[in-house]
Design a protein around this ligand. Structure first.
Ligand SMILES: [Zn+2]
Length: 306
């Protein structure tokens, strides 16, 4: 019977080890975007190992996932994405991964657009045939700090659900993030207050949530439609419009070419402001709050000089 007790001893030992916190037991969280990875890390802390698919310096609408990305998504404990039609590459990626649990509605899938009040939701007469890649409403919602809070809460609720043993830590980490966010809100509002209602031009229609938060106006874009590059006719129209209405600022993300924006700025005596669309796409946008900070400071600085 000695053999038997030895086996039992090994089994007990393994159970004890399994219950102890170990770094290799961290939940594997894979996100489409760097911004969601950052928020998942803020909420998940040491209990999660987070990675993202889309490198922040590229247009999040158009990414080509690598075979290694497909494998990571397949093996993920949680797959976090923007929902809507933001990642036009998400469907093929999920299909290729072949894991039913990360498919829409699966136990390991999280669409963080849930619970976000969407802007520009079209009526049912708009179709993708018109060249629109925002067919379900504007999908760039994470740039608004209150939506950052909503996303963090959605992630925390999901982590608490799939890893109940660490629920207290997730709640604590979320509270910490919200406290840091709350501390920044008055500063951001104050920086933009003198510029309330000022109009600026965008390259791609990816800033309406940020504009709403900052109290600025932006409804004209270099792209004639989301995903359609600027045309000479469009640039000509904007030149006249900016001159007639004394609009001086053109905002864009770094992953779009700057040629059309620079030319327009030159012809109108205006200026191009590079905003952060994703965590780490600008040097100082090191995390979620730093990304919002970059955008507020860049816009405030430009508006002060014009
Ligand atoms: Zn877009």
């Amino acid at each position: 019977m000695r053999w038997h007790s030895a086996t039992l001893g090994v089994a007990l030992c393994a159970t004890a080890l399994g219950a102890a916190p170990r770094s290799d037991a961290a939940l594997k969280v894979v996100t489409t975007l760097s911004t969601f990875a950052d928020l998942a890390k803020s909420v998940g802390g040491d209990h999660v190992a987070v990675s993202s698919v889309a490198a922040p310096q590229f247009n999040p609408h158009f990414i080509e996932p690598k075979p290694s990305d497909i494998l990571r998504v397949k093996k993920a404990d949680l797959f976090i994405h923007a929902g809507l039609d933001l990642e036009v590459w998400r469907g093929p990626l999920v299909d290729a991964a072949g894991n039913p649990q990360i498919r829409p509605g699966g136990a390991k899938e999280l669409d963080v657009s849930r619970g976000v009040p969407l802007l520009e939701v079209p009526d049912n007469t708009v179709t993708r045939a018109q060249g629109d890649i925002h067919a379900y409403g504007n999908p760039h919602y994470w740039l608004e700090p209150e939506n950052g809070r909503r996303i963090a809460r959605t992630i925390a609720a999901k982590l608490e659900e799939i890893d109940a043993a660490n629920a207290v830590d997730y709640a604590k980490n979320l509270a910490g993030f919200e406290a840091r966010l709350d501390a920044k809100l008055p500063e951001w509002k104050a920086a933009m207050a003198p510029h309330a209602g000022t109009e600026i031009i965008g390259y791609h229609n990816e800033w309406p949530y940020l504009m709403q938060f900052l109290g600025l106006k932006m409804d004209k874009f270099l792209e004639p439609k989301p995903g359609i590059p600027p045309t000479p006719k469009r640039t000509e129209f904007l030149e006249q419009y900016m001159k007639q209405n004394n609009v001086k600022i053109i905002a864009q993300a770094a992953y779009f070419p700057t040629k059309a924006s620079d030319a327009l700025a030159q012809r109108t005596g205006g200026r191009v402001v590079m905003l952060s669309q994703s965590v780490k796409d600008q040097k100082d946008a090191t995390d979620y709050l730093a990304m919002v900070d970059h955008n507020v400071k860049a816009l405030a600085a430009a508006l002060q000089q014009h």
